[in-house]
Design a protein around this ligand. Structure first.
Ligand code: SF4
Ligand code: SF4
Length: 240
């Protein structure tokens, strides 16, 4: 049986996949320009990836891939930090950070961890092909819905690691169930990654505009009313 948070996370992934099935995207297999080292995740998403790696026995591959991460500035403000600042009327721009080099999990332009890829990868899409240098194109309400789901996932992992995917995965190599990495990664690799991370924050409220609410509400309802272990996700997220 999966831990509760991982079960909730899979339910959120499923609800988003069902809701977004109504869009037509230009994304095709082997189109991977958007797969960069600029993905942020929470610890629970990282734990899902690690569980899959252990089941497949791919620890050596992961250890080698993690060491390809580029040194770059990392985000200090989480999605919920940013939402909280906006809701309080503070003016600000999203942080500029990240590394646009290819994600080390790309192999032959396919994602090696596709079935357990984090939410940031699941929601990234485009209605026009951006493989030839054009920007990704998405309806505003799709972007707002994706941000709302990121906020819920962050709330689920509040108090735990939040940050660049490669740093979160490296930091989690220290968990007792991941002790194999002690011989596969340089000493202090996990510690050096951990200092790049911040803590996930609780949900301060959504940034949805009134006219987006009608389109996004079915997605939020599908997430919040989902039952896990006999309780609704909403009541679990509210600590009841
Ligand atoms: S978002 Fe753009 S680069 Fe990524 S798969 Fe879709 S079309 Fe390709
Ligand atoms: S984890 Fe997979 S889907 Fe996400 S950026 Fe890396 S290769 Fe792309």
């Amino acid at each position: 049986m999966l831990p509760l948070k991982e079960e909730i996370l899979h339910g959120i992934y499923d609800a988003f996949a069902e809701w977004s099935a109504g869009f037509t995207f230009a994304c095709k297999e082997n189109c991977a320009v958007c797969c960069t080292q600029n993905v942020t995740i929470t610890a629970v998403e990282g734990e899902v990836v690690h569980r899959w790696i252990r089941e497949k026995g791919c620890e050596l591959w992961l250890a080698e891939s993690l060491q390809k991460k580029g040194a770059t500035s990392r985000p200090r403000m989480t999605t919920n930090d940013f939402a909280g600042a906006c809701l309080q009327g503070e003016e600000g721009q999203p942080e500029q950070y990240g590394n646009m080099s290819p994600c080390p999990f790309l192999e032959n332009r396919c994602c090696r961890i596709y079935e357990v890829r984090p939410f940031s990868c699941r929601c990234f899409a485009s209605e026009q092909s951006c493989s030839s240098g054009d920007s990704a194109l998405l309806p505003e309400y799709y972007l707002s819905a994706s941000t709302a789901v990121m906020q819920i996932i962050e709330h689920l992992g509040q108090g735990e690691y939040w940050g660049n995917m490669l740093d979160v995965l490296a930091a989690l190599c220290d968990l007792p169930e991941n002790k194999r990495y002690a011989t596969l990664l340089p000493a202090s690799f996990a510690d050096q990654s951990r200092v790049q991370l911040v803590k996930a924050k609780p949900l301060p409220g959504f940034l949805l505009l009134e006219d987006e609410m009608e389109k996004v509400a079915p997605l939020l309802e599908a997430i919040f009313t989902r039952k896990v272990g006999g309780k609704s996700v909403e009541s679990i997220l509210n600590g009841r």
